[in-house]
Design a protein around this ligand. Structure first.
Ligand code: SF4
Ligand code: NI
Ligand code: CU1
Length: 709
């Protein structure tokens, strides 16, 4: 053991020395009052905050932190003590990185994105709980042969993992043509080894955001990251002492470290492991962390992985485009009887995508599904997936749905042999994989013949879209006798449970009542369980005995009383991945809402990230509630408090997005015309007095209502 602990202590002492000197220098030159903060986070210096509860705001606050850091380095020859020294290294790295951010964004280009803002972490919640992102890889160092590291990283990418790069591997992967960026799930953090702090704080903030771990509860923090953050480290190349002690920090958080050099007998089973054969790196890493990936073996010539979902294909790189603005288009999934279709049949009707110049075509993606458990209600659930499945293909980009979409196939994909039939294969494979419980047979037809597409669009697709919309519109909480729980997020937020109703979708925006119903059919023991609507306690609040009982059971006793329609009385819990969060402006007698994408400040003086930190982790916080975008225009939004007329402020983009539905709802329920225009936004005012002045001049109805609290 001695050799390993020596390395860890040497590294930790070196980092401690550097940190102390850097802090002293910074104080000497800027003064102890100089502000120090990472951008767009509500968690200060997250490692220090989570581990000790200390809210670092100025350079002066760091002096005490350096003292704590040094006290963690005991130089005792026990692995447990040495791992604490590893945590000291993590703290030192965090401080050194934070110093780079004094006065704003770092001036020096470190080759990476650096600090990851809170909203990005929140946006990762859903893909992580659904297994869409099955794990997080940290790849650091410098590989002896760049090809080996690029191969490993591409392998993770193909399997949907989120990979963070630290060190020279960034340049090596770039040279080898690895597609990088958050959209590709390969994220360069920085060349210096201290940049590893930016992934450490992601794991730590996950514990604060989703896990409701209290700042200062170090044991709770380490238990959370070990049990719930599926991360591991791959270190390439020669290991210096600092890297080893940073690795010890990773091990303390519960993340195994796999190195490609031969450590001989200083390995620690399950925690520090040598894998010198790079062909084994990925398999061993996933196994050590218990990460299971779904093999996606579709017989097409291009990659197929969720990691390609964010890929952008520029017009100049496009071989073929199917765009509703230029040609008729439709995407339609229909239920059939088993005797009506032949399973596995994929047909192309009309011209394929061949050509030297840009090929522009109409397209109907026509999918027929048969199965004894297939319901008409599942048609739109499956249909909406087409967007994701097409995007998963490397070299294919898709936006929109139904009769309004844009689909591009890249020149690279075409050159590799990708043709229309392959799109059919993708749909067939995914339906039989994801919807196997309801789909016994599936037939896919891709039509580019303009007359046929127009006929399908007019005679079949449009009437069906309209009928579905009418059904959705007519589907109210009163019209059904079953609601659903959603506990998918419990893997991160153990005591959280959403209640999904026709008029209130999950706060992530990704789970509607129909989705929940379909999931119950697909995985009967899964995250969506039916709640029979029984035992009304209060209609206005949306309080039901059966809802309370189901939530109590689903949260194992953590939450016993939730309302469906109130923000102030027993509101639903928030996990952390909500699309929007709302809060109160007492002076305006109303609520403001802010969405995750909005980076500015709100009338409360807080940003989305700061507001979001007021709620989450499966806790009920009256007055602050996470919710989906779609819920804003629901007749049930804040129904108990007076409904949508209480909304007084939203970012402009959000306003424009919800305007048509919101105007309709408010007109119908409260008889007010053009309501959305009466809501203030950041282009009008964020200062509370100016907001009030605007609401006055616009005649906002909230001002006429009773005080909100
Ligand atoms: Fe998580 Fe709620 Fe969305 Fe389910 S509906 S995935 S629990 S946020
Ligand atoms: Ni959505
Ligand atoms: Cu969530």
């Amino acid at each position: 053991m001695g050799a390993l602990t020596d390395l860890i202590y040497n590294g930790a002492n070196a980092v401690a020395g550097l940190t102390e000197a850097a802090v002293n220098d910074a104080i000497a030159s800027g003064g102890a009052d100089t502000a120090v903060a990472f951008p767009d986070t509500a968690y200060f210096l997250p490692t220090i905050y989570a581990a000790t509860g200390v809210k670092v705001k100025t350079l002066g606050d760091l002096t005490a932190c350096v003292g704590v850091l040094k006290s963690l380095i005991t130089n005792k020859d026990e692995l447990g003590d040495a791992l604490n020294a590893g945590l000291a290294t993590a703290v030192g790295a965090e401080i050194l990185q934070a110093l780079r951010y004094i006065g704003g964004a770092p001036a020096d280009d470190d080759g990476g994105i650096g600090f990851v803002p809170d909203p990005v972490i929140r946006s990762l919640g859903v893909p992580l709980v659904t297994g869409d992102i099955p794990g997080v890889a940290v790849v650091l160092g410098e590989a002896a042969d760049p090809k080996t590291v690029a191969h490993v990283v591409k392998d993770y990418q193909t399997n949907g993992l989120l990979t963070f790069l630290v060190g020279k591997v960034i340049d090596q992967c770039a040279e080898q043509g690895v597609k990088m960026g958050l959209d590709y799930r390969v994220v360069p953090l920085g060349r210096g080894v201290t940049a590893v702090t930016h992934v450490v704080t992601v794991a730590i903030r996950a514990a604060l955001i989703f896990g409701a771990v209290q700042p200062g509860d170090l044991a709770g923090l380490l238990a959370y990251t070990k049990e719930r953050v599926p991360a591991f480290v791959n270190a390439f190349g020669a290991l210096d002492e600092v890297t080893v002690s940073a690795g010890a920090g990773a091990i303390a958080l519960g993340f195994p470290v796999i190195v490609d050099s031969d450590l001989g007998d200083i390995q620690v089973p399950g925690a520090l492991v040598s894998v010198t054969d790079h062909a084994e790196t990925v398999r061993t890493s996933l196994e050590l962390r218990g990460i299971k990936v779904k093999a996606k073996n579709i017989d097409i010539c291009m990659g197929f992985a969720s990691a390609f979902e964010g890929e952008i294909i520029k017009k100049a790189d496009t071989q073929a485009e199917f765009y509703s603005g230029n040609n008729p288009t439709a995407e339609l999934v229909v239920r059939r009887n088993a005797d009506e279709i032949e399973d596995g049949k994929i047909t192309v009707i009309g011209p394929d995508i061949d050509g030297d110049a840009l090929v522009e075509l109409p397209l109907a993606t026509y999918v027929e599904v048969a199965g004894s458990k297939m319901q008409t209600d599942f048609e739109p659930v499956i249909e909406r997936k087409i967007h994701h499945w097409f995007n998963y293909v490397e070299g294919v980009m898709h936006t929109g749905q139904r009769n309004l979409f844009r689909l591009r196939v890249s020149r690279d994909a075409y050159a590799a042999g990708f043709r229309l039939k392959d799109l059919g294969k993708v749909i067939y494979h995914e339906i039989m994989d994801e919807f196997d419980a309801v789909a016994d047979k599936c037939r896919v037809t891709l039509i580019t013949d303009v007359a046929r597409v127009r006929e399908i669009l007019e005679k079949e697709a449009m009437p069906r879209y309209r009928a579905r919309d009418e059904r959705l519109d007519a589907m109210t909480d009163e019209s059904v006798d079953t609601f659903y729980t959603c506990t998918l997020c419990q893997s991160f937020a153990p005591s959280h449970c959403c209640v999904v109703t026709p008029e209130r979708l999950g706060l992530c925006g990704a789970v509607s009542w129909l989705d929940a119903k379909a999931t119950k059919e697909l995985t009967p023991a899964g995250p969506n369980q039916p709640i029979a609507k029984q035992g009304v306690i209060d209609e206005r609040l949306g309080a039901y005995e059966s809802v309370n009982a189901s939530v109590f059971e689903a949260t194992r006793g953590a939450v016993g009383s939730v309302t469906l329609y109130s923000i102030l009385e027993d509101p639903m819990t928030s996990c952390g991945c909500f699309e929007c969060v709302c809060g109160i402006i007492p002076e305006a007698k109303g609520f403001f809402i802010v969405n995750r994408e909005y980076a500015g400040t709100t009338p409360s003086g807080m940003s989305f990230g700061e507001l979001a930190s007021m709620t989450g982790g499966g806790v009920q916080t009256p007055g602050f509630m996470g919710h989906g975008r779609h819920f804003i225009a629901s007749k049930k939004f804040a129904f108990a408090e007076g409904g949508a007329p209480r909304i007084v402020w939203m970012p402009k983009e959000l306003k424009d997005d919800v305007r048509p539905r919101l105007d309709k709802t408010v007109k119908e329920l409260y008889g007010i015309d053009g309501f959305t225009d009466k809501i203030c936004d950041e282009t009008i005012a964020t200062d509370i007095d100016e907001v009030l002045a605007y609401l006055q001049s616009a005649g906002h109805p909230a001002l006429e209502l009773a005080d909100i609290m």
